[in-house]
Design a protein around this ligand. Structure first.
Ligand SMILES: Nc1ncnc2c1ncn2[C@@H]1O[C@H](COP(=O)(O)OP(=O)(O)OP(=O)(O)O)[C@@H](O)[C@H]1O
Length: 256
């Protein structure tokens, strides 16, 4: 079966060094794939290649079996939405207008804006708890509110694949968990770069990156062993059963 999105031996070089090196992965339909790794390990670069924004120097990314470089931006955007780290949006627009931008790949001379687009935008605003701020100037929002609007914009794009670069950055704990629940509830195929190991435990599979390479891959409880965490992050970690019966929790201690 053709994978929705497949990365085949992809590498990306900058200033003479591989910042992503020989990474391969085929996304499974509906899965949440987490990317974790230290700062600068290549997570954002890999997401950029998956989104068709960065071209691999070697290897290939395929969307529905088609080489990404053969597809037009609009075709890509009908399949895939990216929520980049600290993404910016033009200044003098309202929150609703920022989310309406998500409908762009579906509009054209023969497909004008319709009432159903209004409904999609309203749903997306509702889903991230920003409906009450729809008329606000986007530039007046806090960092966390902007992040939620970016996720609403991606949601309104109605993609099959959602790529998110540290989407819980800037968010308070209530909204962190809310956004992760929202993302899981969308039942899309999702790739999510994360720093929080507890968030990583919610993923179906995780890829651990170091210096551009995939160094471990699989279900989080199999991959996030104390030995791996010590090796990759120089932190002593213990996975402790949750007293309330939920997902286990990590206790961390920094190694000198
Ligand atoms: N255009 C570029 N030119 C030179 N180096 C670059 C370029 N883009 C990225 N890099 C470097 O490539 C490495 C990987 O960067 P990337 O942003 O992909 O890492 P990351 O894992 O997402 O990091 P973080 O967790 O800090 O967000 C970093 O060392 C970064 O400085």
């Amino acid at each position: 079966m053709t994978a929705l999105l497949e990365v085949i031996g992809a590498s990306r070089t900058a200033q003479g060094r591989d910042i992503v090196a020989d990474v391969s992965v085929a996304l499974r339909p509906g899965e949440m794939l987490g990317l974790i790794g230290p700062n600068g390990s290549g997570k954002s670069t890999l997401l950029g290649m998956m989104a068709g924004l960065l071209r691999p120097c070697r290897g290939q990314v395929r969307l529905n079996g088609q080489p990404m470089e053969r597809l037009r931006r609009r075709q890509i955007a009908q399949h895939l939405a990216l929520v980049a780290q600290s993404a910016e949006t033009g200044d003098r627009i309202t929150v609703r207008e920022a989310v309406e931008l998500g409908r762009t790949p579906w509009l054209g001379p023969l497909r004008p804006w319709r009432p159903e687009d209004d409904a999609v935008v309203a749903d997306a605003l509702q889903a991230v708890g920003m409906a009450h701020m729809a008329a606000r100037d986007w530039s007046s929002l806090s960092g966390g509110e902007r992040q939620r609007v970016h996720i609403a914009r991606a949601h309104a794009q109605a993609p099959r694949i959602l790529l998110l670069d540290e989407p819980t950055n800037h968010l308070d704990i209530h909204h962190q968990l809310g956004i992760l629940d929202l993302i899981a509830g969308l039942s899309l195929t999702t790739v999510i770069a994360l720093h929080d190991m507890h968030h990583a435990l919610r993923c179906d599979r995780i890829m651990v990156m170091r210096e551009g390479r995939c160094v471990a891959f699989g279900p989080p409880v199999d991959v996030l062993t104390p030995a791996l965490i010590r090796d990759i992050f120089a932190v002593e970690a213990e996975l402790i059963p949750h007293p309330g019966g939920g997902r286990p929790v990590f206790a961390f201690q920094r190694l000198a």
